[in-house]
Design a protein around this ligand. Structure first.
Ligand SMILES: [Zn+2]
Length: 266
C-alpha cells in the first residue's frame, strides 16, 4: 500500500527528484536496460560491426553482464490479471523452500524500495497468498501530527504473513484516502474497519496472529484484498478518486466527512 503523505510528496519531489521516496521514479528493470544499449560504453563499437537489430540485442546482453546493481521484480500495475484474480494458498510444507523464501525476500525489498507500507505477492506477479507490511517512525515522521492522530497511525516492525485470514472486529469504520503501488499516482477514499484480527503463518511456518487497529488495520485489509483480486478502486467511495496532485482539493458537495464512523455499512 502506498501511503506517501501529501505534504511530504511535494517536498520530496521538489527537493530530491532522484530520491528513493519519489513514487514517480521509474523502477530499475533489466527489461528497460536491455532497450538502452546506446548507454553502454561498448555499444558504439558493436554497432559499427553489426546490423542495427543484432547490435541492439548484443549490446543489451553485454549491458546485462556488467550490471552490478541488484534486480528487483517489477511491481505489477492495474490491468495485469494477477491483480484481479484470487491468489492461491501456499502449502505449509513449501514455506521453508528456497522459492518461497526468495519471494518473501523480494517482496520486502520491493516494498522498502518503492517505498510502501505493505505489499502483496500478486504485486510482484506471484499469485500466492503472502503479504508483507511495515510502518516506520521515519515514514510517519513525514505525516502532519493531526493526520497521524486521526488515522491512529503507529510504527510497527516488519510482518510477513502467509495465508492470512482476516477477521473484522466490531462495527467501527473509518474513511480515509489511500493509495496503492499498483495504481500509482492516484488516491481515493476507502471505508475500512477500524479493528481487525489476522491469523496466518510467518516465514518460518509458525502461527502468527495480529490484532490491529487504526492505520495498521487499514494496511492489513488493503493487502488481504489484493489476495482476493481486489484493488482499493474496486471498493472506493465513489467520487473520491483523484490524482495525487489534487489530493488537497475539496471533496465534492455532500461527500461524507473523513475520519472514524461509528456505524458500519457492512
Ligand atoms: Zn495495493
Amino acid at each position: 500500500m502506498e501511503v506517501i503523505p501529501r505534504m511530504t510528496l511535494r517536498i520530496l519531489l521538489l527537493t530530491f527528484p532522484q530520491n528513493p521516496f519519489n513514487p514517480f521514479r521509474a523502477y530499475p528493470q533489466a527489461r528497460t536496460r536491455s532497450f538502452q544499449p546506446q548507454t553502454h560504453p561498448l555499444s558504439s563499437l558493436i554497432i559499427k560491426r553489426h546490423q542495427r537489430s543484432s547490435a541492439r540485442v548484443r549490446a543489451g546482453w553485454l549491458s546485462g553482464l556488467v550490471q552490478t546493481k541488484p534486480d528487483f521484480p517489477d511491481i505489477t500495475k492495474a490491468g495485469d490479471p494477477v491483480l484481479h484474480e484470487p491468489a492461491q494458498e501456499v502449502r505449509p510444507e513449501d514455506i521453508l523452500s528456497e522459492r518461497i523464501q526468495k519471494i518473501v525476500d523480494d517482496m520486502i525489498k520491493v516494498m522498502r524500495k518503492a517505498p510502501g507500507v505493505g505489499l502483496a505477492a500478486p504485486q510482484i506477479g506471484v499469485p500466492l497468498r503472502i503479504i508483507v507490511l511495515e510502518d516506520t517512525k521515519e515514514f510517519i515522521g513525514y505525516v502532519p501530527k493531526e493526520e497521524i492522530k486521526a488515522q491512529d497511525r503507529r510504527p510497527f516492525d516488519l510482518l510477513v504473513i502467509i495465508n492470512p485470514k482476516l477477521e473484522m472486529k466490531g462495527n467501527k469504520t473509518a474513511l480515509f484516502f489511500e493509495g496503492c503501488l499498483s495504481v500509482d499516482g492516484f488516491r481515493a477514499v476507502v471505508e475500512r474497519s477500524l479493528n481487525v484480527k489476522v491469523n496466518g503463518l510467518d516465514r518460518d511456518g509458525k502461527p502468527v496472529e495480529v490484532d490491529a487497529s487504526g492505520w495498521q488495520a487499514r494496511i492489513l485489509q488493503h493487502e488481504c484484498d489484493h489476495l482476493d483480486g481486489t484493488l482499493y478502486v474496486d471498493k472506493m467511495v465513489q467520487r473520491s478518486f483523484r490524482t495525487v496532485e489534487n489530493l488537497d482539493l475539496p471533496l465534492p458537495n455532500g461527500f461524507p466527512k473523513l475520519g472514524v464512523r461509528n456505524a458500519s455499512k457492512s
